[in-house]
Design a protein around this ligand. Structure first.
Ligand code: HEM
Length: 522
């Protein structure tokens, strides 16, 4: 307790109202044994704030770690000046620096779940550019499970814990996957060692979706973004290695990032783009807007455009990492959306969830606010910190247009990119689904040990699945590559997990499963 004659200093404990706290050990009571009184403002402020310390965790990507850094542009994209493709200011001059904040994450489980799990890893970067924020919200793997955003909530439900047991169940996971053949390619990566990066520093990143770059003339090209860990290299884990780490430390990736930066060993990634002319490209075996596909590097080489260095740990986890809000809709002039349907679905979803998760005025929080000028006529809403007023703006004018000194529209920075549409409004899958070809190519591109690990991991996951699900998965793997399907089937048979041959159904197995799962056999 503080002696009354002592001076209050900047270190003095106060309430949020600025009242110095003279006793932080005892609530106010009638006599030393109570009862307590209701006017204990200090206690009530403290306990009610504590009661509200948690906000909803992210519905996906809840577990994460973040760091600040800088992006430095090369000014070129391969041999061309970058201005041939984009007028985005952050890329133009060699050596131009833009501050960034990065958040890496796992996807499926909650905020304190192990970081050793087989799961894609999030790779989200916020660029504080002179034209406002650009968020590049990617993953470590270069492709995705699905191509239509309507399927995303179902996919996440199937991958997340069972609604009754609250435990992730590979049967529910593969039930969805086996009925979504477009996921075969992603599953091939995910169950290989690429599905467990050793930590956040030694993994790649990718924007996954197809975006556009727009130059001064308003001409657009299609682009994909890729981050390569140039200094640290890439390292993935065998399942056995992940198990060993998890037994001792389930926070290893967060600690690895934090401690490397604290030691001054700053991780670096080079950003490259793949560029394709805007259009449908009927000559390709895949649709350029399909996020389940890689763009072959022989045809579409990686063109380096800059480098990111992470060099500062957050001062506070909650205010910086937890409240950080990234979204695919957050682009700057010179960057644009493509018609990739998944990208368009995502673009609605991110800011929608953040208005709920963080609050209406989430963009005023320091981690989310642009370092560029912000001047809007938006007002009100919970936790409004200050009006977005410009210096010299007539404060009575919170509308536009106005002749009384309100905010003005900006001048255009270049010609507008105006894609033209002439098509029926419809609900239809894209024409070139080609779900298995690239999965087979990826399977064959793996090294022997990666293929061995892939088969072992798939057999281990599929052994709990009903024979119908096993059957469908074997069929999809066989479509990708005959050897792939054969090896998964052989592994299941040898382990005693598959008593019947492909093409037959096993009523006994179905009955057993219905008992185990407490649900009707299908
Ligand atoms: C986080 C939706 C696909 C990468 C999220 C969040 C939502 C969401 C609602 C939580 C955001 C928050 O609370 O701040 C969707 C939908 C998708 C989709 C609807 C498909 C239709 C993808 C894909 C990628 C991806 C394809 C990778 C390219 C991420 C990352 C985060 C995230 C990295 C975490 C961002 C952070 O660190 O705060 N997603 N997502 N998502 N998503 Fe997606």
């Amino acid at each position: 307790m503080m002696n009354e004659d002592q001076q209050h200093s900047s270190q003095t404990l106060t309430t949020r109202q600025g009242h110095p706290v003279t006793d932080n050990q005892n609530i106010r009571t009638v006599g030393d044994r109570g009862p307590s009184t209701l006017e204990n403002y200090h206690f009530i402020e403290k306990i009610t704030h504590f009661d509200r310390e948690r906000v909803p965790e992210r519905v996906v990507h809840a577990r994460g770690a973040g760091a600040h850094g800088v992006f430095e542009a090369y000014g070129t994209a391969g041999n061309e000046p970058v201005s041939a493709y984009t007028r985005a200011k952050l890329f133009q001059e060699a050596g131009k620096q833009t501050p960034v904040f990065a958040r890496f994450s796992t996807v499926i489980h909650g905020t304190h779940s192990p970081e050793t799990l087989r799961d894609p890893r999030g790779f989200a970067i916020k660029f504080y550019t002179e034209d406002g924020i650009w968020d590049l919200v990617g993953n470590n793997l270069k492709i995705f499970f699905i191509r239509d955003p309507l399927k995303f909530p179902d996919m996440v439900h199937a991958f997340k814990p069972d609604p009754i047991t609250n435990v992730q169940d590979m049967e529910r996971f593969f039930d969805f996957v086996s009925m979504s053949p477009e996921s075969t390619h992603m599953i091939t990566f995910l169950f290989s060692p690429w599905g467990i990066p050793a930590n956040y520093r030694q993994m790649q990143g990718s924007g996954v979706n197809t975006y556009k770059w727009v130059n001064q003339n308003g001409d657009a090209v299609l682009v994909k973004y890729h981050w390569e860990p140039i200094k640290q290299g890439i390292k993935n884990l065998l399942q056995r290695e992940a198990n060993e780490i998890q037994a001792l430390n389930f926070n290893h990736a967060t600690l690895d990032l934090y401690e490397a930066i604290k030691r001054g060993e700053y991780p670096e990634w080079e950003l490259s783009v793949q560029i394709m002319s805007d259009g449908e490209h009927p000559e390709l075996s895949f649709d350029p807007l399909d996020p389940t596909k890689l763009w072959p590097q022989e045809q579409f080489p990686f063109l380096p455009v800059g480098k990111m260095t992470l060099n500062r740990n957050p001062d506070d986890y909650f205010t910086e990492v937890e409240q950080a809000s990234f979204g695919t809709g957050v682009l700057v002039d010179g960057l644009d959306f493509s018609d990739d349907k998944l990208l368009q679905g995502r673009t609605f979803s991110y800011s929608d969830t953040q208005r709920y998760r963080v609050g209406t005025n989430y963009l005023q929080l320091p981690i989310n606010a642009p370092k560029a000028n912000v001047a809007t006529n938006q007002s009100g809403g919970q936790m409004l910190y200050r009006p977005d007023r410009a210096p010299g703006q007539n404060p009575h004018v919170n509308y536009e247009p106005s002749s009384l000194g309100g905010l003005q529209e900006a001048a255009r920075q270049g010609n507008e990119h105006k894609p033209h549409y002439d098509a029926d409004l419809t609900r239809q899958a894209i024409g070139r689904t080609n779900d298995f070809q690239q999965a087979g190519e990826t399977y064959r591109a793996f090294e022997d040990w990666e293929r061995d690990e892939l088969i072992a991991n798939l057999v281990d996951a599929l052994r709990v699945c009903s024979s119908g699900i096993q059957e469908r998965m074997i069929r999809h793997f066989s479509e990708a590559d005959a050897d792939y399907g054969r090896r998964v089937e052989k592994g299941l048979v040898q382990g005693g997990h598959r008593k019947i041959k492909s093409g037959q159904t096993d009523p006994e197995q179905a009955v057993d499963l219905s008992k185990r799962m407490g649900r009707e056999a299908d």
